[in-house]
Design a protein around this ligand. Sequence first.
Ligand code: TYM
Length: 379
Amino acid sequence: MVLTVGRRLHILNEYSSRCLKQVRRSHATETFKWSHRVFSGIQPTGSMHLGNYFGAVQKWVEMQNAGESVIYSIADLHSITLPQDPKHLHSNILQITATLLACGIDPDKSILFQQSRIPEHTQLCWTLGCLTTMARLAHIPTYKEKSATVKEVPLGLYVYPVLQAADILLYRATHVPVGEDQTHNLELVQHLAKIFNNRYGHTFPIPKAVVADSSISRLKSLRDPSKKMSKSEQDPKSRIEITDTPDDILEKCKKALTDFTSEITFDPEKRPGVANLITIHSLFTGLDPAEICEQNIGLDTGRYKLVVAEVIQEKLEPLRQQVQQYMSEPQYIEEVLNRGADKASVIAQQTWLDVKTKVGLQINEGSYRCLQVSEKRVM
Ligand code: TYM
């Protein structure tokens, strides 16, 4: 086919303006400054434990009190990726909300909401799921860890990190305070945000994980210090929960796995069990591990466990009582979650409309015009 000079010039012009748009778009991607927004979540699979508190929630409260724009979610859709008793799940949602309030989350300063009340999470999850591969998801360590605990792996467990990406991107969050176990999930979130931006234009910031320093970002199980403290661990003595009674705390500290060396020294490599107790002691008191060891010279590990138990009991008792107080007012908790859902929904709907439009799912005026033109052609 021979092209006239005019036609060739037209094609060239079109091409260069397309290139220019692409350059502008990538330039905008690099330089666009998103407003600072924090998002994080916690699963209501059980009671909040010290790992959740020191690894994440304490930071959530700090960020809230520093006046940052913060959104926190009770990630109930994540919790059903493994079987849950419906009655327990419902009361856990209330209890985690009550615990967050007792820990200092203020619904006037933070958006605190229940994930399943906002349908856009699952809609965006599906959209993002179409942008990644099964091979990539199969390599994520949290998936490998959790799938090893079940015979038949539910699809939800596989898609879990994509839902987490949807949670964060739906609110165009820039910062995500989490414990160390979530960092691989956050890498997937960044990957998905980049793929979406490249394909459909600049839509999402690339969120950063905010991880506490190493001692807190992975608090260990009391029964097996090679593992993290976890809500899903079968043995309840492996974790101290915010709502534990003083007797529970004493019992769990006494049963904490240590070693056969009697004195108190801080050596996370060689003595992980004792180091974990010292870390917890240090987190509650603000004392340095070295100071703690000095203060407890002469005690054997058995007696030191009683010291740690007393510190924990003293600090957790007011929190436990506050949780109980909130739990005695379920209407107030409902009201907090209703208000949170209303506020979260406004942001979620805006983002989802933008995503739908960019992906081509939204029928808008422009689409109608195209339709009219093609109808005319048909006739
Ligand atoms: P979840 O419910 O397991 O834990 C909530 C937070 O606590 C941190 N954490 C720990 N930190 C230190 N030491 C530990 N032993 C420890 N155990 C737990 C977790 O890293 C987390 O920050 N997938 C998330 C929930 C989620 C989410 C999100 C988080 C859903 N959507 C979006 C951030 C952004 C989870 O399972 O958290």
